[in-house]
Design a protein around this ligand. Structure first.
Ligand SMILES: Cc1ncc(COP(=O)(O)O)c(C=O)c1O
Length: 449
């Protein structure tokens, strides 16, 4: 809108426009017109979206009696009651997995899984760089090198074509990350793993119920890992799980997460084997089991809203919704889009995010090029890593971060909104599109501020 236009003039124009555009596209077209006319909230105008968004996590009074029973029983730890085992059966069923093991967190699920897949000190694991730092840290905790495949900017997940050139004689496993609940393209990843005899540990910590070609994430590789931390779609404060189609692997995970005790088919050496304590508590399990129905219903709401949003956002030049592998369904822990500043008069991504957030639609970039932050420098400068790799290998490893061109692009151009926003109604989804249209219409003025 011409910033000099008064609010009354604008209402008059918007009303006339709505009559003229009504037969063209009805409500949506009217809103597009309004977006162009109204002054951006960042420049003192009225925000598009009022009333905020659903808070997260959510509590239900109906969950209280079962939780109180656990607290009053005094049977709190895994070994003293059946709730954790019940949760495991329920979660395995929900995913169509043969077995599930509950853990203390997503990070510990990853640590256990890597150990069970025989990842050992001095080995290398190929992982997606576009992820929460816990994916890197789980690998580092085994004194193992996280070697980064590149990210496909169209999907935000591991580009299968970038994997093979990174395999060395020390590579043991591939760890694809279904980031934001979007499934990785698992067929080529699994084919490469089979060819080179590598394990596949899925980081499905953001992908509860996500589907790839009719099967749930977490059941596609050897082991799949989930997080139930507070921000997650199935939250219990902290918590995690490992799922698998293999009884034997889950028995080994069970043993390692329970101080190395023998478990099921895994007898160990008849006494304690190596292990740690990564157990879930009874109360966490009860809280999680009671949220299964909620998770299923909300997943469908998020999906329907994300599809609707993608169809609308695709109409905006400079905004690109993410592509999913064929016959796959995401669960949208975050809803991400590619942002092209050139189509917004050079408005930086940061300024764009600020302006859209000011419209009542909080958004922003997510992960940056974390491998330059020092975490990996600290690891490879440590005594242990220096003992395990030659100086040449560590230098080449550090230099290889510069080759992650796809990931660099993704880190610089992705903008996302959070999952709770996808639980709102259709009018709120229209507000998201309108806020972006409005910012685009005023991007030249915003770029100058
Ligand atoms: C992709 C990914 N991997 C691993 C983790 C670690 O899970 P937790 O926080 O439960 O340890 C998270 C948690 O945010 C995650 O998002």
């Amino acid at each position: 809108m011409n910033d000099k236009l008064t609010r009354r003039n604008f209402i008059g124009r918007a009303a006339a426009g709505s009559v003229a555009l009504g037969w063209l596209g009805g409500h949506r077209a009217t809103r597009a017109f309004a977006a162009e006319a109204a002054k951006p909230a960042l420049l003192g105008g009225t925000p598009v979206h009022a009333g905020g968004w659903a808070k997260w996590p959510q509590w239900r009074e109906a969950w209280e009696p079962e939780l109180l029973k656990v607290w009053r029983s005094g049977h709190w730890f895994r070994g003293s009651d059946v709730h954790v085992a019940e949760f495991e059966r329920g979660y395995a069923q929900l995913l169509g997995a043969k077995r599930c093991l509950a853990t203390a967190s997503g990070t510990t699920a990853l640590i256990v899984s890597l150990h069970v897949m025989d990842v050992d000190a001095g080995d290398e694991v190929i992982v997606s760089p576009y992820t929460f730092s816990a994916s890197y840290n789980a690998i580092l905790s085994h004194k193992t090198l996280p070697v980064f495949a590149d990210t496909d900017p169209a999907t935000l997940t591991m580009d299968p074509e970038s994997i093979e050139s990174r395999i060395t004689e020390r590579t043991r496993a591939i760890m694809p990350v279904h980031i934001f609940g979007m499934p990785c393209d698992m067929d080529p990843i699994i084919a490469i793993a089979r060819k080179h005899k590598l394990a596949v540990v899925e980081d499905a910590c953001q992908a509860w119920l996500a589907e790839y070609k009719g099967r749930k994430c977490g059941t596609l590789g050897d082991l799949g890992c989930f997080s139930f931390q507070e921000s997650k779609h199935l939250p219990s404060g902290e918590g995690g799980a490992i799922t698998s189609m293999s009884e034997e692997l889950i028995d080994k995970c069970d043993s390692f997460h329970n101080c190395g005790r023998a478990c099921g088919t895994f007898k160990g050496n008849g006494c304690f084997t190596r292990g740690s304590n990564f157990r879930m508590t009874q109360a966490q399990a009860v809280l999680l089991s009671q949220q299964f129905d909620k998770l299923v219903k909300e997943t469908e709401i998020r999906r329907a809203n994300a599809d609707y949003l993608s169809a609308n956002l695709r109409q905006i030049q400079g905004i690109t919704p993410m592509r999913l592998p064929e016959n796959s369904r995401a669960v949208w822990h975050l809803y991400a889009m590619g942002y092209d500043a050139a189509r917004f008069n050079g408005l930086s991504r940061e300024k764009f995010s600020q302006a859209v957030s000011a419209e009542g639609v909080p958004c922003g970039g997510v992960y940056h090029e974390q491998y330059f932050d020092g975490m990996l420098d600290e690891a490879i400068a440590s005594r242990g890593f220096k003992r395990l790799w030659s100086a040449e290998r560590l230098k080449a490893y550090r230099d290889s971060f510069q080759e992650l061109k796809g990931n660099k692009q993704v880190c610089e151009t992705t903008v996302a909104i959070t999952q709770n926003m996808l639980l709102a109604d259709r009018k709120a989804m229209d507000d998201i599109t309108e806020a972006i249209r409005k910012v685009q219409a005023h991007s030249a003025a915003l770029a100058k501020t």
